[in-house]
Design a protein around this ligand. Sequence first.
Ligand SMILES: *[C@@H]1O[C@H](CO)[C@@H](O)[C@H](O)[C@H]1NC(C)=O
Ligand SMILES: *[C@@H]1O[C@H](CO)[C@@H](O)[C@H](O)[C@H]1NC(C)=O
Ligand SMILES: *[C@@H]1O[C@H](CO)[C@@H](O)[C@H](O)[C@H]1NC(C)=O
Ligand SMILES: *[C@@H]1O[C@H](CO)[C@@H](O)[C@H](O)[C@H]1NC(C)=O
Ligand SMILES: *[C@@H]1O[C@H](CO)[C@@H](O)[C@H](O)[C@H]1NC(C)=O
Length: 399
Amino acid sequence: MQPPGMRRMMPASGLLLALCAAVLAQDVPPYTEDCRSGTYPPAGPTFQGLAPWYTVNLDQPPSERWKKIISDKKQPLMAMIQQIKDLVKSIFHSEKLIDLVDTKLPALVGKLPPPFDEEIKGIAEASGQPLGEILLFNIFYELFTVCTSVVAEDMSGKLFHARNLDFGLFLGWDVKNNSWTITEMLRPLVVNVEFRRNNKTVFVSTSFAGYVGMLTGMKPGILTLTMNERFSLDGGYIGVLEWILGVRQGAWMSFLTRSVLENATSYEEAKTLLSKTVMLAPAYFILGGNQSGEACVITRSRQSCLDIWELDLQKGQWYVLETNYDHWKPPLPIDDRRRAAMKCMNRTTQKNISIATIYDMLSTKPVLNKLTTYTTVMSVSDSKLEAYLRDCPDPCIPW
Ligand SMILES: *[C@@H]1O[C@H](CO)[C@@H](O)[C@H](O)[C@H]1NC(C)=O
Ligand SMILES: *[C@@H]1O[C@H](CO)[C@@H](O)[C@H](O)[C@H]1NC(C)=O
Ligand SMILES: *[C@@H]1O[C@H](CO)[C@@H](O)[C@H](O)[C@H]1NC(C)=O
Ligand SMILES: *[C@@H]1O[C@H](CO)[C@@H](O)[C@H](O)[C@H]1NC(C)=O
Ligand SMILES: *[C@@H]1O[C@H](CO)[C@@H](O)[C@H](O)[C@H]1NC(C)=O
């Protein structure tokens, strides 16, 4: 049996268990706080700057598209990959796995659907990093992301969609610095990307340099979309393993997110694609449309859609909010970001909801925590996407 609180920690190795126990046993400073207000426009120690903007031209061959970003972000990307390799080595006490990554994974890149195969090859070439390691880096995001996403509608029917991206759970707690090493190293890789085709914006996204899937994005005037990880027993690890071993039916979750952002032309079409496509791992998709009532949380297993939770203004349901638990089930007591977030949403009320008050909610511990890498807020009708790099100085909850 798993001890309570361990379910978010998938690679159940002894080392990680020990790490987790050490974190839990630390003195517990005020990890939760009253709902923040007046945090927007962002300033102060929880705000580490704006994510820089880049353009990716979809008219270029896939192998060329990421060159500019990679040439700017080569150093932090190399540092991050080295860190992932060190972690894998220390967890498995062996160099073997990395050897496998270098010898076996490159052949698998060709099994990825276009344009992802060629894009990853292009990134490996531009960064000078081994192909297998770039693929490993891409797989990592599918596995270690915990998040908070919300779509809310104001009194005029305008929709706001926002998220905190919390990355790096259990990937090396830095005792000296009281921080997650990987989370720290990820911050310099956060970029906003405008994807263009025929000289027009197709969609915009907050992403990571070197990563070709999407976790957060907007098609201006049409839809907004974020993905949160869903942990379950038929979880991602099995799907990823199957994929490596050659069973390749399901879609990578973040590739699906990207292809919806790239290709869907309406909220309804996006909803259908996100609920019907067979995937490698379970996930939550948080989708917003462009008019009143159009927002939902889609709870997915690998094969099917378990639930679609929609806005219902008549019933007073003016927002949908997702962390990493099925909305009809209680979250883990040691990870109740949901209650904290909902408390702040309820206190704000629909009358006063705005980018500023949503940012307030996302700045309240433990919704903001040591894993929080960025906060993105989007307004589809204003074609606005803002991404802020975050930090959570002590005292702050590790997740
Ligand atoms: C609405 O939100 C703003 C921004 O945080 C805050 O300053 C103001 O007091 C709030 N108004 C009400 C009526 O709660
Ligand atoms: C701790 O953090 C500081 C600043 O955030 C950084 O300069 C330093 O390298 C970090 N130390 C370790 C051991 O990672
Ligand atoms: C793209 O738009 C820019 C500025 O609007 C214009 O100068 C350029 O000629 C356009 N390029 C193409 C291929 O249409
Ligand atoms: C909303 O999206 C649909 C496409 O799904 C589009 O036809 C419509 O014009 C959009 N409405 C607004 C107000 O932008
Ligand atoms: C927030 O309000 C909703 C709807 O009224 C309610 O179901 C929920 O329990 C409230 N949550 C908190 C934490 O206040």
